[in-house]
Design a protein around this ligand. Structure first.
Ligand code: CP
Length: 311
């Protein structure tokens, strides 16, 4: 997460256990006392080139709580993107206004790895194409650790459209660092090959009952229609076969938590009654998002002290 001369978060591959633990310990601190106006007078640019509710508003809340003024660009409406300005030029122009940090949600058109080498300002990935959504994976695990203590050895089952999911991609990275196990389950056209699964260190289940029997925690993902090529959504019918119901959760009493990063398509990947099940931590995930993002914004402004601690 620490790059050559600044703190950016593009993926979790290069993060250490110590980095992750620093995020969680800061997030816990912010959860306990949420009135730290540390960066009064500075700005945080939130560039959301794709739709978002939770990530955008929790980064906004986190920035306000830290005293950073959020400058929000949401979609292309009323920005010069409408006139044909490129996404990359948009980022360069916003960077020229010297915000303290730039938070970006984008499709694959932008290369965040390249961008963070070209711009001196810290960049936080708020969801990048199918490549990763590291703050989501971090807040998911922060939520589980707040409820279940440690995730070491925990079995996390992710059900749904895995192939197109940046949330799943970030969990594959984080699981390697923190030592939890991940398995995936869903219609075959929404999974990837055995070889890729092995590369990612994950187990594949085609049978939902068997998968539920294996896991400690189950996370459902929606169909990522916006990332499908034309015709690829034909498998959506099969998706209903993998819908999580209360019956599934009640019959598998070893399941300790039910998660969903949102947005939920009720009655598709998850029955409405599961959303409100006593084991559902879905709204806890949203709440954790504010604290984890507060921690990451704080870290983005404290590169020198983090570098010193990591010596
Ligand atoms: N989980 C998540 O990224 O939700 P939003 O798309 O609403 O930000």
């Amino acid at each position: 997460m620490l790059t050559r001369n600044k703190f950016s978060l593009i993926d979790l591959k290069s993060a250490s256990v110590k980095d992750i633990r620093s995020v969680f310990s800061l997030a816990q601190k912010f959860k306990n006392q949420n009135d730290s106006l540390l960066f009064k007078g500075r700005t945080a640019a939130l560039l959301f080139f794709e739709a978002s509710t939770r990530t955008r508003m929790s980064f906004e809340t986190a920035a306000v709580r830290l005293g950073l003024h959020p400058l929000i660009l949401s979609g292309s409406q009323a920005s010069s993107l409408e006139k044909g300005e490129s996404l990359e030029d948009t980022v360069f122009n916003v960077a020229a206004m010297e915000p303290a940090v730039i938070v970006i949600r984008t499709g694959s058109q932008l290369n965040l790895k390249d961008l963070q080498l070209k711009i001196d300002i810290p960049i936080l990935n708020a969801g990048w194409g199918p490549f990763g959504h590291p703050t989501q994976a971090l807040l998911d695990i922060f939520t589980l650790e707040s409820k279940l203590v440690s995730v070491q050895g925990l079995k996390l089952l992710i059900v749904g459209d895995i192939k197109h999911s940046r949330v799943a991609a970030s969990h594959f990275e984080l699981a390697r660092i923190l030592g939890y196990q991940v398995a995936i389950c869903g219609p075959s056209s929404f999974l990837f090959s055995e070889a890729t699964a092995q590369e990612c260190g994950v187990q594949i289940f085609s049978d939902l009952q068997m998968a539920l029997g294996w896991c400690d925690v189950v996370m459902c993902l929606r169909v990522q229609n916006e990332r499908h090529s034309k015709g690829a959504t034909d498998a959506t019918e099969d998706f209903f076969l993998y819908q999580l119901t209360s019956d599934h959760v009640d019959k598998n009493s070893h399941i300790r938590a039910v998660m969903h990063p949102g947005p939920i398509n009720h009655g598709v990947e998850m029955a409405t009654e599961v959303v409100h099940h006593s084991k559902s931590v879905i709204l806890d995930q949203v709440q954790s998002g504010v604290y984890v993002r507060q921690a990451l914004l704080w870290m983005s402004q404290n590169y020198e002290s983090l570098k010193e601690e990591n010596r």
